[in-house]
Design a protein around this ligand. Structure first.
Ligand SMILES: *Cc1c(COP(=O)(O)O)cnc(C)c1O
Length: 395
């Protein structure tokens, strides 16, 4: 029995079977490179789903985490701690300027946004608030976030679902306008839908969402859980789309591998939740907060963001030249390669993994590439080479 079989068997025995996993056991990582149990190296063009944006084993983050863990590990939110307040200040000042609620994941950050939406609506006299979401959206797997995620709500065996959510077709400003009612608490959306296969909204639809929510006195919530923290080439993606939300959520890359999420209100919106409305034991613990602060400090440098755009440009050029790739969607280092009809993205993904390139396939026709910002030109060219070989054989 090999080590892999042992671990597969124990996984099947001891974990709830909620994930179909790819057939590899990773044991170490350095920068863009992952190492499996046999010592084989892989190029990581997925970054743990847009999490390890500064590369595996980043020295600055390892040092920050170790020092903070040794100095003060956890005291709960019943007390003040400096890393938490430093991070809130950096996050608020670097985005929409209002108060921050900390959580431990993207779903939880969105739970806070849903509470803000409902409480804000209640203050406007709305008894049955409705949140408008888009088909293809992904806001998470907790019950609130799941209700905002149309792909997840038709699971009768997990019901009943949380009421008060309305879905409209993707990127359709007219449908969005028609969905507005006196009960509308606001619109919750991504700028680029990640799990739907890297589908960007048009700037026009975002502008309509902004105008309609502002005119109605309701809220625009932008879920930057995947697009944020530099992934698209600016600190937040809304900065490129030309709209400013009332509420923004973030997680994934924020923690550099530590579990942290955040929900930020705009300066204009200010405080909406009050003591007792929400909370979390773990959230904004000193270690996660210290690391997240370091992540934001590193990402929010002109040279980091410029490199994301440059590397993204090189990757787009390389992908666009490959036969088998029909189009490339996305911005910065958040890219979806749409494969030509007849190619099965999941089969291509599996073959890429066998040849040492890690990506994923969020849709049957799309590969998603989310390499870390430390990826080199040489690594991009190598990845394109592997992908070219695999696509040529698959066609
Ligand atoms: C991943 C993701 C979430 C959910 O985050 P979790 O940390 O998995 O709970 C929410 N929104 C978007 C846009 C995401 O990509």
């Amino acid at each position: 029995m090999t080590g892999t079989e042992t671990i597969r068997e124990r996984e099947a025995r001891y974990l709830m079977q909620t994930y179909p996993r790819s057939d590899v056991v990773f044991v170490a990582g350095d920068g863009t490179v992952l190492v499996d149990e046999d010592g084989r190296e892989y190029l990581d063009f997925l970054s743990g789903i847009a999490v390890t944006s500064l590369g595996h084993g980043n020295r600055d983050l390892v040092e920050t985490a170790s020092e903070q863990m040794a100095r003060l590990d956890h005291v709960s939110n019943l007390f003040y701690t400096e890393p938490m307040v430093d991070l809130a200040e950096r996050l608020s000042e670097g985005s929409i300027g209002g108060p921050v609620f900390f959580a431990n994941s993207g779903s939880e950050a969105n739970e806070c946004a849903i509470k803000v939406l409902r409480k804000h609506a209640a203050a406007r006299g709305i008894a049955s608030p409705e949140v408008i979401t888009f088909e293809g959206a992904w806001h998470g797997r907790t019950y609130g976030a799941m209700a905002a995620t149309p792909a997840l709500i038709d699971q009768a065996d997990l019901g009943p679902m949380l009421p008060g959510f309305v879905q409209v077709p993707f990127d359709d400003p007219d449908a969005l306008e028609s969905a507005f009612s006196p009960n509308t608490a606001g619109v919750m959306m991504e700028t680029i839908q990640g799990e739907a296969g890297v589908r960007p909204f048009s700037e026009a639809t975002l502008e309509v969402a902004r105008r309609l929510t502002r005119d109605a006195g309701s809220l625009l919530v932008l879920d930057e859980v995947q697009t944020g923290v530099g992934r698209t080439g600016s600190l937040w993606s809304y900065q490129q789309f030309g709209v400013v939300p009332d509420v923004m959520t973030t997680a994934k890359a924020l923690g550099g591998g530590m579990a942290i999420g955040a929900c930020v209100n705009s300066e204009e919106l200010g405080q909406v939740l009050a003591p007792g409305d929400h909370g979390s034991t773990f959230a904004a613990g000193p270690v996660a907060s210290a690391v997240a602060g370091r992540v934001l400090e590193i990402v929010d440098r002109p040279e980091t963001l410029r490199r994301v755009r440059e590397a993204g440009g090189r990757l787009v050029d390389g992908l666009s030249d490959l036969s088998g790739v029909e189009s490339v969607r996305g911005r910065g280092l958040m890219l979806g390669a749409a494969l030509e009809p007849g190619l099965d993205a999941a089969a291509v993904r599996d073959e890429l993994l066998r040849r040492g390139l890690v990506v994923n396939a969020p849709r049957p026709d799309t590969l998603r590439l989310l390499p870390p910002f430390v990826v080199t030109d040489g690594q991009i060219d190598r990845a394109i080479g592997i992908l070219g070989d695999v696509l040529a054989e698959a066609r």
